[in-house]
Design a protein around this ligand. Structure first.
Ligand SMILES: Cc1cc2nc3c(=O)[nH]c(=O)nc-3n(C[C@H](O)[C@H](O)[C@H](O)COP(=O)(O)O)c2cc1C
Length: 355
């Protein structure tokens, strides 16, 4: 059975849910490790006070007993503490009583760069909130929880995945400047995966390609507008003799311009991918927009927002890469019980002579 993930949840709704199917039975999950990743996602420099309200923790509703997976669907929940301020505004059912708290008035001022305008046009909403709540990156929290589960599965075969920002110092200075000017910034993150044997992904079909899967996974994250595999765009300016990683007799490489992927298959070197994040669209000094209620020119919606979320993106991107690698590893090695998965990996690496 392939690993699959479905999620649901609005930014200020009661909570965020993920259902993971296809996990082998017997995988030990560490609640502190999952909560640790949720905390890392919240801590980045430049984030809004929302993060102090949330203090995310994972709850498990199904698929786990005494810390080990049962081989049944795993249901993960991250509750939105902030929902208590939105119980009327984000009530799933028609709210009772007088409007109280946040989200009681319709939003009609779409923000350039956000889901607001395209979302209301597509779905026929009168209130922009109906579009922005799900488009918001809040639900990346539960994807980070699922990514932590994927990392546990990968760790059982010696694979580890880590995300970080590129140019941390420059980024923090840019955030300080932007905050003063009530503006926002983006940035670049990098994810590296070590211990990946040659053979994850395939050139057989384009949707089997590891590079295509990783680009898809990273582009699936809000505000990501560019993805590079290995040296990526820089390769376009190099000669072939400079760009490709020569093969030693032990089948390893001295360089890694390819970022560990050739022909859509991992080649045994470290996987290296980067994602570029645009500046966040919610501005405290808003851009020009239209009031959808009156048709008049108006300033875009201003609401509590991050100045930057690049450090958070590093954690979300790490989870996304871990998830894709886990899917491909599960497809390759199979196994209803964790031991079957681990044994298939051992037998395969022995066959190809990859210690
Ligand atoms: C971790 C993370 C946090 C984000 N926080 C905000 C935010 O506070 N304010 C904002 O306007 N956009 C934020 N975004 C970006 C928007 O969600 C995103 O720009 C929007 O949904 C439109 O999608 P697009 O940028 O992919 O076109 C965040 C994105 C990520 C990945």
């Amino acid at each position: 059975m392939s690993l699959r993930l479905a999620s649901a949840g609005e930014s200020h709704g009661p909570g965020l849910v993920a259902i993971v199917t296809g996990l082998p039975a017997g995988l030990e999950l560490d609640r502190a490790a999952i909560d640790g990743d949720l905390k890392r996602r919240q801590e980045g420099y430049g984030r809004s006070p929302r993060q102090q309200i949330e203090q995310d923790r994972v709850d498990v509703l199904a698929g786990l007993r005494h810390g080990r997976t049962l081989g049944t669907p795993l249901a993960l929940v991250v509750w939105n503490n902030d929902h208590k301020n939105w119980t009327w505004g984000m009530s799933p059912w028609p709210p009772e009583g007088e409007p109280v708290g946040k989200g009681t008035k319709a939003v009609t001022l779409p923000r350039p760069g956000h889901a607001d305008l395209a979302g209301v046009l597509k779905y026929g909403h009168a209130d922009v909130r109906n579009a922005l709540e799900r488009a918001s990156a809040r639900h990346t929290a539960v994807h980070v929880a699922a990514g932590a589960v994927a990392k546990a599965l990968l760790a059982s075969i010696g694979i580890s995945v880590a995300g970080s920002t590129v140019d941390e110092e420059g980024l923090r200075a840019a955030i300080d400047e932007a905050r003063k000017e009530r503006d926002t910034v983006g940035g670049v993150v990098e994810v590296r995966a070590t211990g990946v044997p040659p053979g994850l992904g395939s050139y057989a079909s384009k949707d089997d390609r590891l590079d295509a899967r990783l680009a898809f996974a990273l582009m699936g994250i809000q505000a990501v507008k560019g993805v590079e595999i290995g040296d990526g765009f820089a390769l376009a300016g190099l000669r072939g003799s400079q760009a490709h990683d020569e093969i030693r007799t032990d089948r390893r490489r001295d360089t890694n311009h390819a970022g560990g992927i050739e022909a859509g298959i991992s080649n045994g070197e470290e996987i290296v991918v980067r994602a570029a994040m645009k500046p966040l669209p919610t501005l405290m000094k808003p851009l020009r927009s239209v009031d959808l209620a009156t048709g008049e020119e108006a300033a875009a919606l201003v609401e509590r927002s991050d100045v930057a979320a690049v450090e958070a993106l590093a954690v979300v991107a790490e989870a996304a890469v871990a998830w894709e690698l886990a899917v491909l590893a599960k497809d390759k090695f199979g196994g209803d019980a964790l031991g079957d998965f681990v044994e298939a990996h051992r037998a395969y690496t022995e066959r190809i002579g990859w210690a």
